[in-house]
Design a protein around this ligand. Structure first.
Ligand code: BGC
Length: 350
């Protein structure tokens, strides 16, 4: 069967190759891949800057944002052929550490977790894959076209859950949220803010293309000025760019008792001058919290499935700005001006 692979550490080693059918040890549920979403992590892996092949293998099957249809499921499981499912990206470390033992592999303590399509486990960009039933999440069949957005939604569901848990440290009644970046993660973070009844402000440099309309149609405010210039003093900030000057705005832009959540994975090595004394002084005197979050556990997959099911499907569909047939995979990695989410399709459109 066909699979999109890279040799981790080798730039531009992306190729479509024939690989063996998924081995039974991968799990007793067989899944036909419908689509795979692409994100910055995939681009880093393709550039040779990230990614680890499974032990004993020089290549890694790419793809962690995924959507599939069950082809075979064991009798007695709550899955049946035809069900629409998503495979969970991260699997617990083998020790397991306390967090992984508690099912919170997203908080793995020893770094020995594995991630499909990223670290030591083949990804979902292959025609079929297998998984254990407890490593899959069943989706509402109505999400067949847009369920590939589940994985990035899990990341922001975790972010929101953590924000709300941190908020419980004291009186917490947020009204205003700022989201920096109107890429897929930013848009989904904004969607969840709207679903919570908050006033949502989204900041991005882009003035044209689908982003401003997507934000406005959510009922949020789109800004092309900076958070600081806009004079908005949010209770919650979700940083979704990973770009140093924007991060600086996010960690200095919150109001009294604000919570700032960092979700972007930045490049390293740059220097951004700042007055740490001033940052510290404000953070202390305003009771602010600045924290980072990555990945998601099953709880977040379940809440993400509910969030997508409650969203306007046509709005989610507009976030997917390009669907590229797997044969044309190279086109998918060419950046287009109007790209929001690019998806590789493994099946003919239905
Ligand atoms: C994925 C996460 C993953 C992280 C680090 C992100 O792109 O969405 O699931 O944990 O990369 O590998």
């Amino acid at each position: 069967m066909r699979a999109l692979t890279v040799t981790p550490g080798v730039a531009d080693s992306l190729e479509l190759r024939d690989i063996a059918a998924p081995p039974p040890e991968e799990g007793d549920v067989l899944v036909d891949t419908l689509s795979v979403g692409l994100c910055g992590t995939d681009s880093e892996i393709v550039a040779g800057d990230f990614g680890v092949a499974p032990p004993g293998q020089d290549h890694l099957v790419l793809g962690h944002e995924n959507l599939g249809r069950v082809a075979e499921a064991p009798a007695g499981s709550d899955l049946a052929p035809g069900d629409i499912v998503v495979g969970i990206v991260r699997r617990p470390d083998p020790v397991p550490c306390g967090a992984c033992a508690a099912g919170e592999w997203d908080m793995c303590l020893n770094g020995r977790y594995a991630e499909h399509g990223i670290k030591e486990l083949d990804g979902f960009a292959r025609q079929q894959w297998r998984g254990q039933a407890d490593a899959l999440v069943k989706l509402d069949p109505a999400l067949q076209r847009v369920g590939v957005l589940l994985e990035p939604t899990t990341v922001v569901c975790k972010a929101w859950e953590q924000i709300e848990r941190i908020g419980q440290r004291a009186y917490f009644a947020p009204e205003t949220v700022a989201v920096t970046g109107a890429g897929p993660v930013g848009l989904l973070a904004a969607l969840l803010g709207i679903q919570r009844g908050l006033e949502v402000h989204v900041y991005d440099l882009i003035t044209e293309g689908p982003k401003p309309g997507l934000v406005r149609d959510l009922g949020a405010v789109y800004h092309t000025d900076s958070l600081q210039d806009s004079q908005v003093r949010p209770d919650v900030i979700i940083e979704c760019t990973g770009v140093a000057p924007v991060i600086l705005e996010a960690i200095t832009g919150g109001g009294q008792n604000s919570i700032t959540c960092l979700t972007g994975i930045s490049g390293v090595g740059g220097k951004t001058p700042t007055d740490i004394g001033d940052l510290n002084r404000t953070t202390v005197l305003q009771n602010e919290v600045i924290f980072g979050t990555v990945n998601a556990n099953k709880r977040h997959y379940t809440s993400a499935a509910a969030a997508l099911a409650a969203a306007d499907e046509s709005w989610l569909e507009r976030m997917i700005t390009r669907r590229v047939r797997i044969d044309d995979f190279r086109d998918a990695f060419e950046q287009h001006d109007d790209d929001v989410k690019v998806v590789l399709d493994f099946q003919d459109p239905t």
